[in-house]
Design a protein around this ligand. Sequence first.
Ligand code: FEO
Length: 402
Amino acid sequence: MKRVTEIAPGIHYVGANDRTKHRFEGLWPLPNGVSYNAYLIEDEKIALVDTIDAAFTERLLGSIREVIGDRPVDYLIINHMEPDHSASIDAVRRRWPGITIVGNTKTLQMVEGFYGIGAGTLKVGDGDTLSLGRRTLSFHLIPMVHWPETMVTHCAREGLLFSGDAFGSFGALDGGVTDVRLDAGRDTSPFRDEMVRYYSNIVGKYGGPVQRAIEKLASLGPLRTVCPTHGPVWTREFPRVLDLYDRMSRYEPLEKGVVIAYASMYGNTEQSAERLARELVARGVKRIAMHNLTSSHVSFVLRDIFKYNALVIGSPTYNMGLFPEVRSLVDDLELRCIPSRVFACFGGFTWAGAAVKKLTEFAGRMGWEPVAPPVEVKQGFTPEKSDGLALLADAIVEAVIA
Ligand code: FEO
């Protein structure tokens, strides 16, 4: 059986799965692996769309050879220059020295800056086209989805879009490539959570540019096949994925639910978190995501904050400020400029309280109005000292339902 999947007549998947890397971008855990997607278009001219991570260059070259044998690749189209996609450029050029590297002004600057390649290039601008013979490709810039040079390549004949990081997902492609084969796209599919985590971690800061990209893509006409640089190729499920991206880039919560993100040194603040969760469940809240920030990686916390409409943060006072992991989460949230969430906070301290003051200041910077005054427990947790959490739960439930 061939290792190369033909996703449309003459268009082949030549990417690779990575199930060994621990952290994507050195940051984000990969419990389900990740795929680096590249595509080969076989026409009168041959075009490769993006390359893959340097660890898999030989697999990329082997897959291309399997499709075209000794024919040369004429064009390398670069939609995105982040090295998980561009790191094989030099190897591809050495294998086919006559290849033309196609990119926009910013792309070609990066090709020179990363790989020292300044010749054998073709500069394209927004809306420019390139004929491969039977089909014509067009190029459309979508800056900051996810870098400033990012563009997409459209193939009108097939209604097919090579979308770069847009519509991408974590998760290796276990045996299939398209959503239909992988049962991806549905709410129950593991790819949905991995897509939300990918979006919130990687692209989540750039909601405005994603919205502009979605508007621009609408002008290309119906898209039957969408080929991102990570995760499944979208066919039947693309409308569902587009809707998800649209909502996430508006920072619109996907579901009603509460994230309780907290840290605790000796378990007192954790007991406040546990009590709050019990109070919420007693009031009918069904979806609660508890994250002890010392053990939950922030990528899963951010995923859930993008997913649910309420966030409660709890922190002990530490060095007259926030516990370090809480401070780090707060920084990540400020970077992502999430415009609204139902918000409340709680904390604990031994001799001087500062955490809830810092969390309230954070809410102010975000433009979030806390739904109730914070609850702060001095020294050891007791049910009596934490009764304010019941009032907090009342206010959260009212706001979440509203
Ligand atoms: Fe998968 Fe922004 O690179």
